[in-house]
Design a protein around this ligand. Structure first.
Ligand code: UDP
Ligand code: MG
Length: 319
């Protein structure tokens, strides 16, 4: 394994003029230290992706790039959201480097975890997830909703790493795998585990935002959570089908019960047929919607054109 990997840090930035100077300083220090320790190549870089910022973010990035070639910049034509900005950055640098680490511009994720990620890469991991082991700096609300969300996602069959956001190392191989996913509803932390390969985890404590405000207000957060759920799993449709089937079974029990009541004469006219039809029709309708939904779910998954497989190695003769 190449012990001199070229590392590119990919940092999506949206209106981050307040934190960018400090972020640039700290990341540069990190890269320099790592390359002095000969853990990474001196050709390693820091890439800021400007996601259509309305403030001076891009001017700052341009200035850093001019002052020092360690800084690079990717400017998106308009604001496309964190996930798209991140993907844009990763795909732009994919062919120039051996490994990438994606992280937020506010440095909430402890950059000292990068050392561990790189080490895991040398030990054979193609993807290394940064996992938060404490959420002390998060508000109670954020902590409970976020952790609850991870649990619901797991329950609904989406394979995501608990308490991992978008702080991760990906090797070039992993990025080439990611490139084959053509989905436009992008929820990276759900797609990355689908790539496969050997993966590892590095734990760190999440800090507070250094400066500026969160670019993820509640509305954006909810939209993002919904996006993740609906883009990864069609299990809710299966739940509707199951619910319909259950109600239909209940309707048959109701029919038997109503018939008994009817035959023992304990009902008024019309009650038996009313009861039965309400349950049976309701159940049948739900069941039918569920079945139609199953097909729509299939069409939905097909339309994503996900790769059917990714070849890890091909042993063959050279001729
Ligand atoms: N971000 C982005 N585009 C957006 C919103 C956010 O590129 O439309 C970036 C932002 O600059 C930061 C990262 O995504 O680097 C995470 O955002 P933030 O720290 O505000 O989210 P939080 O940590 O509050 O969840
Ligand atoms: Mg943040």
């Amino acid at each position: 394994m190449n012990q001199n990997a070229v590392l590119y840090l990919v940092v999506p930035c949206y209106n981050e003029e307040e934190v960018l100077p400090e972020t640039a300083k700290q990341l540069k220090q990190k890269i320099n230290t790592l390359s002095e320790q000969q853990k990474i190549s001196p050709k390693s870089r820091i890439v800021f992706v400007n996601d259509g910022s309305k403030d001076k973010t891009w001017q700052l990035i341009q200035q850093y790039h001019q002052e020092d070639e360690i800084f690079q910049g990717v400017n998106l034509s308009r604001n496309k959201g964190h996930q798209n900005a991140l993907l844009a950055g990763l795909m732009t640098v994919k062919d120039c480097c051996d490994i990438t680490v994606s992280l937020d511009a506010d440095l909430q994720d402890d950059i000292d975890a990068i050392d561990g990620m790189v080490e895991k890469y040398y030990n054979g991991c193609e993807i290394v997830y940064g996992v938060r082991n404490s959420r002390e700096t998060d508000t109670f609300f954020k902590k409970t909703t976020a952790e609850g969300y991870y649990k619901i996602m797991k329950l609904l069959g989406a394979d995501i790493v608990f308490n991992h956001a978008d702080y991760r190392l990906m090797s070039r191989k992993a990025l080439e795998g990611l490139e084959q996913f053509e989905e436009s509803n992008l929820f990276l932390r759900g797609i990355v585990p689908m790539i496969g390969y050997q993966t590892g985890e590095v734990y760190y404590a999440r800090k507070e935002r250094m400066a500026g405000e969160s670019k993820y207000p509640l509305k954006k957060m909810l939209a993002f959570a919904w996006e993740g759920l609906t883009s990864l799993t069609v299990r809710p449709i299966k739940m509707i089908t199951a619910c319909g089937a259950l109600i239909f079974i209940v309707s048959i029990i109701m029919l038997i019960y109503s018939l008994i009541r009817h035959l023992t004469g304990a009902t008024i006219t019309g009650w038996t047929s009313m009861m039965f039809s309400i349950w049976a029709i309701g159940g049948l309708q739900l069941l039918s919607i569920g079945i139609i939904g199953e097909y729509i779910g299939k069409v939905y998954l097909e339309s994503k054109h996900r790769p059917k497989y990714i070849v890890q190695e091909y042993l063959h003769d050279e001729n």
